[in-house]
Each structure stands twice: as structure tokens, then as C-alpha cells.
Write a protein that binds this ligand. Structure first.
Ligand SMILES: C[S@@+](CC[C@H](N)C(=O)[O-])C[C@H]1O[C@@H](n2cnc3c(N)ncnc32)[C@H](O)[C@@H]1O
Length: 500
């Protein structure tokens, strides 16, 4: 059963410093008409009414019970209208938005990732011009900007994922071209009392609606981060804060309109100016899933980490050498093939995991709904495996003619002579800075990897790094360890190339 909390995403903003910072950002004078699109128990309404008892507020709330409570709490207040409705589909609001909006100010903590059934999602996606409909906060943001009059102000507290996730590309473009951003504050979600959202960071964004595209893109806004406590929100002059002055045009011109919020200018310039990206010199693809790893995946021994759920492989039934690329399965009874899985190991991963790969089962994988026999033209090739999630730094390891699973992005250099160089690069601090600037979360999906700038090494550097990496791999295969000097020599050359 889906809990009420999951349906309504009713995490209330129980933090005085957050609420007062947000209300201050609206800079109200008491004559405004305000919209609260998901009022909850009225945390934003209370301080506004306290300051301006006669101010006009329209409050929407989907949850019947919460709505009844609001009606009781604010009974007798004629300047306050409370409506039980769905802000995303309310027809009155549709009409108001289509006529160019009317509100002077909107303030909200909208639901994040709110649950919707799939039919509903399809309808929403259509209604919101294809905006990503699984994540409700961006739909609220779009809807509420629409509801503002020209020059109207909006303040939202939302996760920071709209700043750089590919799926939020369209909402970024919309904000950058139809509003003037005033300020964005970034802080850990732990500042938000009581709940762990599963989101690393939250943001408070303040903006003003404007139909003047030319002046919007010339607008500069402040992006502030580095707060040490929630009480510092709004004290923008504190020395330890990082305050970036950003022009909207620059963000709009970035690939996918990403907000690059890394303060290191060399990294930013490199991402902006590089003409060749990893996606130009490599094919990037996610790997295979059996649909039922518990039965199909086997482990070398019970000593291997996370092997509890899996049976030990019959070692007489392993085909180690898959360079013949058995895409349709294996004819004889050596039906297990090595597979590279996630986990952050550099350069080379031992053969610890094996996938059932008989002809019969492979034809089943190809048809099965749960299995993912995807990107098979890359199976059993030589390339680099990058785990989709990296807890610390991004890592890369050779695939060496093995299968790779769906937690891996397989990177296949178009020029195989670059393989060892790129392996050194993906394991370097330079590459980590780049990917974490492109996407600050720990996610390395292929869409982000493709955007990493590629700088071609000189013939000499290519030869040196290739030789060092070959030695690292050799040493690792023999002893499980390698000479760290070789790695640091490579890192120095790569740092020299990229300038950071
Ligand atoms: C994250 S809570 C925030 C409540 C309040 N503004 C606060 O900050 O404490 C989101 C609220 O939105 C309501 N809600 C969820 N989906 C909604 C929708 N589609 N339309 C209107 N309200 C909705 C929930 O019931 C919940 O009260």
C-alpha cells in the first residue's frame, strides 16, 4: 500500500530560519495577491499574515484532511481563500495561466517526486509540454511561474537536481528564458528537520517573471553555497560562503543548459570550451541484466563481497575466453561467462562473477520482459567499465572481452590505441573534477560521461601513459596491487594536459 505521506509528499517546512528567509526573499509590502499552491498546514501563510493581516492569499491543498484543518485554522479571514484541489490540473488555474497569470507572489515547498499513477503521468507530460513528469516539483515550478503576472515573484524550496540533471533540461531553459533569477541558495537536506528525502541537497530559488527575453539572458544572479548552519541563510556576506555571480546567458549556452556550480574556473572553462567530448571519441553503453540474477548469476566463492544470495559457480563449466564473442550463447556445457559488475575497483577487476550463458538461456534473455539484453553489440569487447554509481571517485577498469552488467557504463574507444590512456584518465583526479562539475551527484550515467571533455595527448604522453597502465595491470594481475608511482606519473601528465 502506498502511504499517505508518499501520495501527498507532505513534508512540512518546520524550520523558522528557512521560512523567514523565504518570506523575506519575496520582499512584500502588503498590497500583493499571493498564491500558496500546496499549503500543508500553512507554514508560509502564518508569518505573512502576521506581518500583513489583510494581504490577499489563495491557498491550494490536495489533501482533504489538511484542507479542512486549514479552513478551521483560518476561518473568518475573508482575505484568505482555501481550495481543495490539485494544483497541477485545476481548471480555474489553467484559465488564469492561459491569460498570462495574475499573482504578485508565489511561495512554496512543493511535493518532491510525488507519486502519480502512470496514466496520470502521461496526461501531465502532455499538459506540461513534455516536461519530465515523474518529478512533481518541476511541474509545480512551471505551473507557478505561469500563474505569476509580469514582474511577479516566486520563492521555492526544492531539491537542487533541476540545476544539472539531464531530465530537467527543459525546465532550465524555461526558467532561464522567461524569468530573472534573483538568488539560488544551496544547502544540505539535513537542514530540513525531521525527514531524509534521499536528496543530497536542497535549494531555495527566488525569481521574477519577465517576458523580456533579451534582458533575462543578460541578468546576473547569485548562487550561494557553503553555509555552515541553517541560521546563516540570508546572511550572504559571511566570509566562508561561496557566492558565484552568474549570467543567465552563460548557463543557457552550456551543454543542456547545465548550471556549472564548481568554483574552479579552470574546470568550468575546460567544460565550456572543449570541442571534443568523450562521447565523440568513444561509444558509451549500459550493460546486461538477466532479469533474475539470483538464479542466473554465480559467484567464484563465498569470500567475495555481497555474495550471500548467490550460488558458487561450477568451475568446470566456465568459458573464460570469450574473445569469440558468443552473442547467441555457448553451445557446449561450459555455460558460464565472466561478467563485470559495479563496485569501485581501478584498472582491472578479477573474474569473480559469472553469468549463465547457454544458447537456450540467451534466446530466453532476448525475449524475456524482465531481462535486458541491451547494447549487445558491445558485449565481450575490449573497453572500459565505469560503475554507474561511485561512492568516492569515479573509477574505470578494463572489460577485457567480458560481459558487463547494467550497473556499468561500458566505454568503448573508437580508436583502440586510446584505451589505456583513457583508463588512466577515468581513474585520475582530473576526470573526477570534471564529472562532479558536470553532475555533482555520485551518478555517472552514460549521458554525463559522454559530456566529459577529451584532450588528445601527444604521441609521447600517449606512449608513456599506455606503458604505465600496462604495467599497473600486469602488477595487479600478479599481486593484486600496483606501484602507486606509476599512477601518480600518469595523473601528473593528465593534470598538465587539462591544467587542473
Ligand atoms: C512538501 S508539503 C509542504 C507543505 C507546506 N507548504 C510546508 O512547507 O510545510 C506539500 C504539500 O502539498 C500537498 N500536495 C501534494 N500534491 C498536491 C497537488 N497536486 N496539489 C496541491 N497540493 C498538493 C500535500 O498534501 C502537502 O501538504
Amino acid at each position: 500500500m502506498i502511504s499517505e505521506q508518499r501520495i501527498f509528499q507532505a513534508y512540512y517546512t518546520k524550520s523558522e530560519p528557512i521560512v523567514s528567509y523565504m518570506v523575506d526573499l519575496l520582499n512584500l509590502n502588503g498590497t500583493e495577491t499571493i498564491f500558496e499552491p500546496c499549503a500543508g498546514d500553512g507554514v508560509f501563510i502564518d508569518p505573512i499574515l502576521k506581518k500583513f493581516p489583510d494581504i490577499i492569499i489563495d491557498a491550494f491543498e490536495l489533501n482533504e484532511e489538511a484542507c479542512e484543518k486549514l479552513k478551521v485554522k483560518y476561518s473568518g479571514l475573508e482575505n484568505l481563500s482555501i481550495k481543495q484541489t490539485d494544483t497541477l490540473t485545476d481548471t480555474g488555474l489553467d484559465l488564469l495561466c492561459s491569460m498570462g497569470g495574475k499573482y504578485d507572489a508565489v511561495i512554496a515547498n512543493p511535493p518532491y517526486g510525488a507519486w502519480r499513477d502512470s496514466l496520470d503521468r502521461a496526461t501531465l507530460k502532455k499538459k506540461f509540454h513534455g516536461f519530465y513528469a515523474k518529478e512533481s516539483y518541476s511541474l509545480f515550478l512551471y505551473r507557478c511561474i505561469e500563474s505569476l503576472r509580469e514582474g511577479g515573484k516566486l520563492v521555492f524550496i526544492i531539491p537542487d537536481t533541476y540545476l544539472n540533471l539531464n531530465m530537467h533540461k527543459d525546465i532550465r531553459k524555461y526558467i532561464l528564458s522567461t524569468t530573472k533569477i534573483k538568488e539560488i541558495a544551496l544547502f544540505p537536506s539535513s537542514y530540513f528537520p525531521g525527514v531524509n528525502f534521499g536528496y543530497a541537497n536542497l535549494s531555495i530559488i527566488a525569481l521574477e517573471k519577465s517576458s523580456d527575453y533579451e534582458s533575462n539572458i543578460k541578468n546576473n544572479f547569485k548562487l550561494i553555497k557553503g553555509y555552515k548552519s541553517v541560521n546563516e541563510l540570508g546572511n550572504n556576506n559571511l566570509k566562508h560562503l561561496t557566492s558565484l555571480e552568474i549570467q543567465q546567458k552563460d548557463v543557457l549556452n552550456n551543454i543542456n543548459h547545465i548550471f556549472l556550480i564548481n568554483a574552479n574556473p579552470n574546470v568550468l572553462d575546460c567544460i565550456k570550451e572543449s570541442e571534443i567530448k568523450i562521447g565523440d571519441v568513444c561509444d558509451c553503453a549500459t550493460g546486461f541484466y538477466s532479469g533474475n540474477d539470483k538464479d542466473r548469476l554465480k559467484v567464484l566463492s563465498k569470500e567475495i563481497r555481497n555474495s550471500k544470495r548467490y550460488e558458487v559457480v561450477d568451475k568446470d563449466k566456465i568459458t573464460y575466453d570469450c574473445s569469440s564473442r558468443p552473442l547467441n550463447g555457448i553451445e557446449d556445457d561450459k555455460i558460464f561467462v565472466p561478467i563485470v559488475k559495479g563496485g569501485n575497483v581501478k584498472y582491472i577487476k578479477p573474474d569473480n562473477w559469472f553469468m549463465e550463458w547457454s544458447e537456450e538461456i540467451v534466446s530466453f534473455y532476448k525475449k524475456d520482459k524482465k531481462a535486458r539484453y541491451q547494447n549487445s553489440s558491445y558485449y565481450f569487447k575490449n573497453g572500459i567499465a565505469i560503475p554507474m554509481v561511485s561512492s568516492t571517485s569515479i573509477t574505470g577498469a578494463l572489460i577485457e572481452n567480458r560481459l558487463f552488467d547494467q550497473s556499468i557504463v561500458g566505454v568503448f574507444p573508437k580508436d583502440e590505441n586510446l584505451t589505456h590512456y583513457l583508463l588512466a584518465f577515468f581513474n585520475s583526479p582530473t576526470c573526477n573534477k570534471l564529472i562532479r562539475t558536470i553532475n555533482p551527484s555520485t551518478n555517472n550515467s552514460s549521458n554525463y560521461i559522454k559530456l566529459i571533455p577529451f584532450i588528445s595527448p601527444s604521441v609521447g604522453d600517449l606512449a608513456t601513459i599506455t606503458e604505465n597502465v600496462k604495467q599497473i595491470i600486469e602488477q595487479t594481475k600478479i599481486s593484486g596491487d600496483y606501484d602507486l608511482n606509476l599512477e601518480s606519473k600518469n595523473n601528473t601528465i593528465i593534470k598538465g594536459l587539462y591544467k587542473f
